[in-house]
Design a protein around this ligand. Sequence first.
Ligand SMILES: [Zn+2]
Length: 480
Amino acid sequence: MKSLVLYLAVVLSPFLTLAQSYDLVIQGGRVIDPETGLDAVRNVGIRQGRIMKISAEALAGKRVISANGLIVAPGFIDLHQHAQDLESQRVKALDGVTTALEMEIGKPDVAAFLQSKEGHSLINYGTAASHPAARSLAFGTPLPPDGLLPKSGAATDKPASPEQIEMMKARLRHELEAGALAVGMGIQYTPGASRWEVIEMFRLAAQRKVPVYTHIRSNGKLEPGSNIESVSEVIGAVAVTGASLHVVHINSSCGAQALDCIGLIAGARARGLDVTTEAYPYEAAMTAINSARFNPGWQEKSGVTYHDLMLPETGERLTKERFEELHNSSEPRLVVLFSNTMEAVDPIFRNPLVMVASDGEKGHPRNAGTFCRILARYVRSQGTLTLMDAIRKMSLMPAQALECSTPSARLKGRLQEGADADVVIFDPQTVTDRATYQHPMQPSVGIEYLLVGGVMLVDKGKLMEGVFPGKAILGGTKRQ
Ligand SMILES: [Zn+2]
């Protein structure tokens, strides 16, 4: 009797495996997981939004897609995406992104933002709690719900009173309670914030066990106020408060000194401080022209002139007169700033500490092209990154950075059994960005399939209509 059971088990086992049907099977793709180092042809079985099986054996599913010749990787996680509208989410999806978070600064009203996205989001979303918004509120000039950067004025340039600092902290606590993932600071946009105010915000973040994401105080080489000084300021704030820190867009904040600034971060990490950083692969920056970023002295600081500023809608290069007009306006128009070179940007990505994040906003090609540009430019064309390292910088590393905001990030950025089925499937031969400064919303090509929580959002290179699988990623007391 025993031998018969054994016999049946052996004879029937392939059928039993086949009978275990999955919602979806991705068949015969080159599966890459940067955490375990898996890089092999495998079949992937997905059920109820989870990766349930990764196997060399055949798997049966309600739908089976062939991934022969394609790469199967964890969906890309963009920690730095300002534009959260549907049009931008469409180009993000076609760039391989399954999660895009507004972490640099954050939305001015976290609850309102989360409510507006629920059931209406293509990809996963989330936000930091905005220090510039809390500061504007404390100065009596609150930002509108869709605002990001305050117009330069008292709320950006004046030092805050101790009472105003307490008001900011109360507001940030409220926003963290609402589900924000971090404290977001744009110190260059609030130059009136004293070193003490910055330390107080880091202290709050440390108490609440969330990281600080920051655009540093200044850029350029000139002292005082160099990029080295600015990176040192926030590393110092980490050292005295115990907060975790993520320095955004090291490429644009540190320009030609980016590798030196990354060296400071490496030094901090070697001494046990939790500091991370990111970059985007373009030579131009973009920001609001009426912000305090353009307070007097910006040209000397950044080594750029009026002509290096371009309006994205028209391609118009600015003059002194046109600049004054736009800088003094209350309308926060975006301007592209040609302040860097690709010779300075390219080596940044070879550094193992640097992850990829887009700083995406309409009007700059980084919104639509960042992730496929990494694959096309550095993996295929220049051969300066391996596929494994590129995928690590775009999935596992941002997931790991997010883990200090929410434990749910442990199920993201991984192509492993039990992980969330956020999956990108692309053709390594053809994947490329197409967005340019003239046509910044041109979607990338080569992303053949994209799954968000197991739901097919891109199918055979086409974006699906009418599906909204994106879910909130929450921190604070709402963290999962
Ligand atoms: Zn920034």
